[in-house]
Design a protein around this ligand. Sequence first.
Ligand code: DU
Ligand code: SF4
Length: 237
Amino acid sequence: TSLAALDAHLVDCRACPRLVAWREEVAATRRAAFREETYWGRPVPGFGDPGAAIVVVGLAPAAHGANRTGRMFTGDRSGDFLFAAMHRTGFANQPTSTSIDDGLTLRGIRVTAPVRCAPPANQPTVDERRRCAPYLGRELELVGGGVRVAVALGAVGWQALLTTLGEQGWAVPRPRPRFAHGAEVRLERDGDRDADGGRVLTLLGCFHVSQQNTFTGRLTPPMLDAVLLRARDLASR
Ligand code: DU
Ligand code: SF4
C-alpha cells in the first residue's frame, strides 16, 4: 500500500453515520460567504511531505475549513495561524493555505488528524475516534523514512497518538503522560535498526491552533514557532 492508496480508500469511507450526515449537510447548506463554492464534504486526507520526519496531528476537519476545501487546515483561521508559523520556520513555501491548488507545499512536515470527517461542534464521540484511528495508524506507517517527531495539537490528538503508537510497538509510559502545552515524551521501540528508520520518536504537546486559543492569546505565534523549531531540532538528531 501507499499513501495514495490509503487516501483513495479513506475518501470513500462512510463508517460513521452521524459524521457522514453532518459533513454532507454542511456541504449542502454552506455558509453565506462560500455560497457559490462546491464543498468537499468527505473524509480529508493528510497533507504535506510524504517523506516527513515530523507529523502534526490536529483534531478533525472544520465544517467550513477542510470540509469545504478538502485539504487539512485549509480555508479557515486555524490553518492561517498554523501555516503562517510553518512558513516562518521554513517548513512551508508560502504563509497562506486557501485551496487545494494554491501552490502550497510542505517540506519535512505533514499535517493530519485522528478524525477525518467534520464533527458537529468539533466534538467526535469516543466511537467515532476509535473507528477512524486506523487511518492515522496506517498513515504513520506509510510516511517514508519513519516519523521521528509527532506534534499533538490538543488533547484529542495527544490521546490518539499515544494509543496508535502504543499499538505500533512504541513503549508508552504508565501512567499515560498527560497532555500539556510544551509536554515532551520520548518513546522507544525495540527492533531492527534498519527497518523503520528510527527507534526513538518524540511526542510534543501544543495547544490547538483554534481561534479559542489564538484569539485569546493562550497560544501565540512565538509559542507555536518554538514548538515547530523544537520538532525540527529533535527530527535532525
Ligand atoms: O502530486 P504530489 O507531488 O504527490 O503532491 C500532492 C500534494 O502534496 C500537493 O498538493 C503538494 C503536496 N506536497 C507537499 O506539500 N510536500 C511535498 O513534499 C510533496 C507534496
Ligand atoms: Fe470514516 Fe473516519 Fe469519517 Fe468515520 S470519521 S466516516 S471512520 S473517515
